[in-house]
Design a protein around this ligand. Structure first.
Ligand code: 13P
Ligand code: SF4
Length: 335
């Protein structure tokens, strides 16, 4: 007889005080068993406030790791420890090199305020915390950069160049990307307010100006809504840009007859209202790592708790956890 995964998951949640957490990009079958769902910021805040001792986190590695860092007393397990491709673009040594790049071009280390997008490993968050910096997500980046500017320091933004440049643009700030020449000139930290690391999300790079033009030509009154991980040219050509939760809110508040094309991960867009909502791409923009987790994986992870042999537990060493926590708490303190 085959196992009814959903029923078993619900039973084990109740019997063993387990909270299942799922990001919006998870497959429908996984998303539907989530007790806590949301964007990266909401997931972090709500997991911290949740009372259950066990968290089964369905998402990518940095998300489960962030929960472990801000709520160290919890046991955090991930059905798949899938690593966000963007988070993998930077590690501690690339971070140090970026700081060095700025120092060599005349910005003393004490005049640099690092901000890391939450899509980064705890080692990077830890280095950021040690330098007095903080974390941001796509839903609070504006506020966090604004706060950072109060220090009067140059902002080193890692790892997403798109998020860094998109928010710099929306705030009327000058930005540049380390290693990328503009008009034949390399990134000069003296000339810019926000200096970005050259990382990006390959899924959000799939949305192009051709896609926007296609939809605008086909439906002249259509609205275009995208995630700020998209290229700055795409964000500028759109009507709205926001985190996953902000995109859902934007689409839900539209008149049902209003057409909208959304530029973010496929599973989320596919779950939005049925009528008049389109995926802003001619391809299927799936995040491979977010899609790794299956309902069977979730079942097996809960079962491992029930059997007293927990699998895929998140562990962060003491020093890294201490400073990563400081960087995350500095963010969480900003309402
Ligand atoms: P949100 O914080 O908007 O949910 O984004 C997470 C993410 O990885 C987007 O690609
Ligand atoms: Fe990472 Fe991009 Fe996937 Fe988001 S969509 S988890 S940034 S690879």
């Amino acid at each position: 007889m085959s196992i009814d995964y959903r029923a078993e998951i619900e039973r084990m949640k109740q019997e063993h005080n387990i909270t299942v957490v799922a990001h919006f990009y998870q497959r429908d079958e996984v998303f539907e068993v989530g007790d806590i769902t949301g964007d990266s910021l909401e997931l972090a805040r709500r997991c911290q406030a949740d009372e259950n001792p066990w968290v089964v986190f369905c998402g990518v590695g940095f998300m489960g790791q962030s929960v472990k860092v801000i709520a160290p007393h919890k046991r955090v397990l991930m059905p798949k420890i899938a690593c966000c491709a963007m988070a993998r673009m930077i590690d501690g040594s690339y971070f140090d090199e970026s700081v060095e790049y700025m120092v060599q071009r005349g910005i003393p280390k004490e005049n640099i305020l690092p901000i890391t997008y939450i899509n980064s490993d705890a080692t990077v968050k830890s280095k950021v915390g040690e330098m007095g910096g903080l974390v941001c997500t796509s839903s609070n980046a504006f506020k966090i950069i604004e706060k950072g500017l109060e220090s009067g320091k140059k902002i080193l933004f890692v790892p997403d160049r798109c998020l860094g440049q998109n928010f710099a643009n929306s705030m009327g700030l000058k930005s540049c990307v380390i290693g990328v020449e503009e008009d034949g000139k390399e990134c000069d930290p003296k000339e810019a307010d926000v200096i970005c690391f050259n990382g990006f999300c390959s899924v959000h790079q799939l949305f192009t100006l051709d896609d926007i033009n296609f939809y605008r030509e086909k439906y002249p009154d259509i609205l275009i809504a995208v995630h700020p991980e998209c290229d700055p040219a795409i964000v500028q050509a759109s009507d709205f840009s926001g985190s996953t939760s902000q995109l859902i809110k934007y689409v839900n508040e539209l008149d049902i007859d209003q057409k909208v094309a959304v530029g973010t991960e496929y599973n989320l867009v596919n779950r939005m209202r049925e009528k008049n909502t389109f995926v802003l791409s001619s391809t299927k923009p799936e995040c491979p790592t977010m899609n790794e987790t299956t309902l069977e994986d979730v079942y097996l992870t809960l079962k491992s708790i029930e059997d007293g042999k927990p699998i895929n537990e998140i562990v962060v060493d003491e020093h890294t956890a201490k400073w990563a926590n400081i960087a995350l708490e500095r963010m969480l303190a900003i309402k």
